[in-house]
Design a protein. Structure first.
Length: 341
């Protein structure tokens, strides 16, 4: 796997969390950490044995330095990160417990990455050795400057045969409306070979229409994914389904619709949660890892992605730091026992 190099573009933010499941209004101090969609995926992939590199813009101060230190400590290459502007994106996480759900408050307007300029990036240098590029819808929400860089990266991938994965990650708090978001998401799809998306993403954001109405949620999800694949160059649509028993007790399953129209799934697995943030990013990293090992075996990618996500929920912070061996051990010794039949 050493020959593979995975690049991602996005924002890494300072995360502030009240300790001991307290609420923000109760907090007198916060635990500081760093996280962000694409950055989380790269950290996990680095621990799974891949070469990784992150593109972003960070302030040229101690906060920017600390974010870079976080990435480097997990083996992510930061050589092409742009420095400048004065603000780092921040978000506050109120960790749920029992019947009280988790909450996230963003403070990321006018952060450094929103000031990134396409002229600040040497794309030839950035993409040296890169075989896979990962992007999410969260990054698309960060403004015109960020989108210009994202689509320049996608154009480079198209011209140089770099595999693209795209995680919809639609966040209503970051957009004024679905109508605002829609054209940007639609513009990404032609570049992507792997999508992480659910039936809402496909039906409501991409406006994919079925020939007839399907009431069953699973059947509708499969039909929408098949329709999207027929209309695009997408080869796999991956997703998860979550059942929330309580804030700290969930069940998770994974599924995939393939280019040939087949439907595959894994789980569900029921598990206890220590920290929910980053579970979707861990799933994406596990799937990408599985596909890099064998692109023609989405069943393994589903199994590995689901296990990686479940395990990430047992770790504090946004990232999975587990090795391939640790995930495989969970699959072989605990995974089958935890799967609900």
């Amino acid at each position: 796997m050493a020959k593979n190099k995975i690049l991602a573009f996005g924002e890494i933010m300072l995360r502030l969390t009240p300790p001991d499941y307290t609420t923000i209004s109760q907090a007198r101090n916060f635990i500081a950490n760093y996280g962000g969609g694409e950055a989380n995926v790269l950290v996990s992939l680095s621990h799974l044995g891949h070469k990784t590199e992150f593109l972003t813009k960070l302030p040229d101060n101690q906060l920017g330095d600390s974010a870079i230190k976080h990435l480097k400590s997990h083996g992510v290459n930061t050589d092409n990160i742009v420095r400048g502007a004065s603000n780092i994106g921040m978000y506050f996480v109120e960790t749920g417990f029992g019947g009280r759900p988790s909450k996230v408050i963003y403070n990321r307007k006018h952060s450094s990455v929103t000031r990134i300029d396409i002229e600040e990036i040497d794309f030839e240098e950035l993409f040296k050795g890169v075989t896979w590029f990962h992007l999410s819808g969260i990054t698309l929400a960060l403004g015109d400057n960020v989108r210009k860089v994202a689509f320049e990266c996608l154009e480079y991938c198209k011209k140089n045969n770099v595999t693209v994965s795209f995680d919809f990650n639609f966040r209503s708090k970051l957009w004024d409306s679905i109508e605002e978001a829609r054209p940007h998401f639609k513009k990404v799809v032609p570049y992507a070979k792997i999508l992480f998306a659910n039936h809402f993403d496909i039906g409501e954001i991409l406006e994919v229409k079925l020939d007839k109405e399907i009431e069953d949620v699973t059947e509708r999800k499969i039909a929408l994914s098949r329709k999207l694949i027929e209309q695009s160059n997408v080869e796999y649509v991956f997703g998860t389904e979550r059942i929330v028993h309580t804030a700290t007790d969930n069940s998770l399953s994974s599924y995939c619709v393939c280019k040939d129209g087949t439907f595959k799934n894994e789980g569900p697995i029921r598990f206890s949660i220590y920290d929910r943030i980053g579970g979707g990013d861990a799933f994406a990293s596990g799937v990408i890892h599985g596909l890099i090992k064998n692109f023609d075996d989405p069943q393994y990618a589903l199994k590995f992605g689901l296990a990686t996500s479940v395990l990430e929920h047992t770790l504090y912070g946004d990232v999975s730091t587990l090795s391939e061996k640790e995930v495989e051990e969970f699959i072989s010794t605990n995974g089958n026992a935890a799967i609900q039949r």
